[in-house]
Design a binder for this molecule. Sequence first.
Ligand code: FES
Length: 94
Amino acid sequence: MSAIRIDDDVQRGTPIRILVDGAPIACFEGETIATAMLAADRLAFRQDTRGAGRGMFCNMGSCCECMVTLVGSGRRVRACLADARDGMEVSTRG
Ligand code: FES
């Protein structure tokens, strides 16, 4: 599955970049971490106990399937609710 951004009649924020597991992802101010990851075909947000990737489920903050770790602070956040910020580093490895 591949996600795409709608281009027609959409106003976007300033282009920014985040790092997910060390890889740069281009996105826009105002997007969530989840939006940025999906648009970059990064579908695994965390790993289960067997190391298998887990993807988003609800996209509204209820299921916690999209938990990622903010590198530096170590905070775990729901990617579907957390805004992407320029230079932010995210880990899907817990
Ligand atoms: S996808 Fe369910 S909390 Fe983010």
